[in-house]
Design a protein around this ligand. Sequence first.
Ligand code: IMP
Ligand code: MG
Length: 201
Amino acid sequence: MFRDIERVLIDRDRIAERVGEIADRLAADLRRELAAEGAGEEEHRVVFIPIMTGSIVFVSDLIRRLPMKLSMQLVTVSSYPGETMESKGAHLRGELPAALEGKHIVLVDDILDSGRTLHLVRSLVMERSPASVRTVVLLDKKARREAPIEPDYFGFDIPDEFVVGYGLDYNGYYRNLPDIGTLNPEAAIGSPSGSGGGASG
Ligand code: IMP
Ligand code: MG
């Protein structure tokens, strides 16, 4: 499986270091906000919403660097493939978690690409009257943005290249690679954005 990786873009050590930095900033910001409201440590107000499935590795590392009381609710978003198999729209599968009113929400995804996924989830969450909404992504492909959204916290800016590993998949595979890298052309049967398949979230 590791033979299918053409080039490592970001290795596990850099990822771990950056995840720690994001966690520190996020924890400080959330604490400041909770303190300003006079909310006690015991008051459960922080809800993490990871977007399945790509964010599983990132969110599991991130929450273990956050020494605060928080809960998690999962959401799954499907992309509707367009003619070129690129995401031409996103829709929520299943229900949005209930009881988000007055909560401090942290939306987590692996990568911000066109931005449709995160934009959709953020819009739906905002309709539930949360106290605040923050967005966190590990990777940001700024060149590809179509929806009006920028992440509040991000790990790395990456060029417009298809990447796998650390939760990111190609046809459902490679999520378990500890590093983030590009695929050999032979492993990506056709191009990821062509007829051979692509990411499934
Ligand atoms: P967006 O809605 O276009 O921002 O797409 C975001 C989703 O597409 C992410 O949650 C990923 O699951 C997937 N995605 C986008 N780019 C890549 C990539 O390079 N590799 C793997 N998955 C990707
Ligand atoms: Mg995804």
